[in-house]
Ligand binder design. Sequence first.
Ligand code: FFO
Ligand code: GTP
Ligand code: MG
Length: 463
Amino acid sequence: MANTTSEFDTIAAISTPPGEGAISIVRLSGEQAVEVACKVFKGKDLHKVASHTINYGHIIDPKTHAVVDEVMVSVMLAPKTYTREDIIEINTHGGIVATNHVLQLLLSYGARMAEPGEFTKRAFLNGRIDLTQAESVMDLIRAKTDRAMQVAVDQLDGSLSHLIKGIRQDILDALAQVEVNIDYPEYDDVETVTTKMLVEKATMVKQRIEDLLATANRGKVLREGLATAIVGRPNVGKSSLLNHLLHEDKAIVTDVPGTTRDVIEEYVNVRDVPLKLVDTAGIRATEDKVEKIGVERSRKAITAADLVLLVLNNSEPLTDEDNELLAATRNKKRLIILNKTDLPVKLDDQELKRQVAAEDIIAISALTTNGIDKLEERIADLFWGGIENSQSNTLVTNARQIGLLNQADQALDDVLKGINDGMPVDLVQIDMTRCWDLLGEITGDSYQDELLNQLFSQFCLGK
Ligand SMILES: Nc1nc2c(c(=O)[nH]1)N(C=O)[C@@H](CNc1ccc(C(=O)N[C@@H](CCC(=O)O)C(=O)O)cc1)CN2
Ligand SMILES: Nc1nc2c(ncn2[C@@H]2O[C@H](COP(=O)(O)OP(=O)(O)OP(=O)(O)O)[C@@H](O)[C@H]2O)c(=O)[nH]1
Ligand SMILES: [Mg+2]
């Protein structure tokens, strides 16, 4: 097939998930949308119906005159549409054969198959949304928790763009001020006044960029899950804890120490925090070859973890292995889980409190489920603490956006270093302008076709 697609083509795609459903939607967008639909639709004249109406009728194969399906057809005329072009949506009975037949007819009568994400790409190219909003459409579709969805919805609303645009305006103001100072010097020492102003502005802008970058880590966790390793010596109740957090019996629990031989990985949402839970083999010196491999993996799990749940047995005194684990996780974000609190206490909690802050110790019983609630609450606090109260809900979650923010941050380092090194103002201006450009790439105020193709190709077909 000749590759002569153009942004002026009228495009078509099935916009509902592949497979059988109650209703499927075949969508058309472009100048010829109404024209193409009319060729296969029998009912009211779609040229004459009011915009934003839905119309009953039938899809007819013009060659055979056979009825393909009974449908409802929405007519939405530019510019108040998803793409800002004329849009026709054909709602079919959700059968696979009929829906595909409708699409094939549209393709035979003047439409071309849409590329993945092409409807949303047009919404961007036609100025209805910017790049961060387009990216949030995809995040929205892929969101796995209520909270991840909330973040995407906020971004779809333009919250991030709004922040970026504000920062860009500040940079522009500073650059304009430089020009004014140079062209109309009010002071003897224009250079000093100008660099002082630049340092102030660059420092302020840098702070705002770094505030955004600080949200990136949480964003990453929202998408990938907080890597949470459950560690502890054999038989303390790690697998029992995992099963409780999962609300199902996933890991084998026995009274034989060394039951878990391999690392078990499971995803679960704890109070809207997506955890990637890793149950590990109990750590102890061992001669058993299989167990040894498991123990090695446990050490790796600690290294890779964002959060460590270190399980101790409250009904036994602290052992050397416990102390070793306490030391090994000292620099990690961790919670100490005192398990088996239903049994008589043998663990010296004064000794423990010398090593761990009291609020990081959580007493539970994996047998009676006592304290599991408190643990879940504490995990949620650790993660959401601070942002739920913060004035802005905006999280940067997207690798492309984070990369550009980092580059913009570095450009500001160059600005500040340049001034510090006594570089001429016009050279400093170049770095400041680069920062402005990089931020513009985030919102798509400046972009390259390559980027757009790469970005939208990750979308669902029909979106
Ligand atoms: N049937 C159907 N449902 C859908 C979509 C769709 O395209 N079709 N959407 C898409 O995937 C989403 C809705 N998103 C949309 C976003 C903007 C506009 C739109 O027409 N915006 C215009 C006018 C808004 C108005 O009337 O005030 C604009 O912004 O100018 C439409 C849908 C989800 N549900
Ligand atoms: N009394 C009491 N017993 C518990 C508690 N939690 C776990 N157990 C028991 O302790 C034993 C070991 O539990 P597991 O969850 O398999 O322990 P583990 O840490 O995964 O053990 P390994 O996989 O061998 O390292 C089982 O018999 C559990 O029923 C608790 O809170 N109280
Ligand atoms: Mg186990």
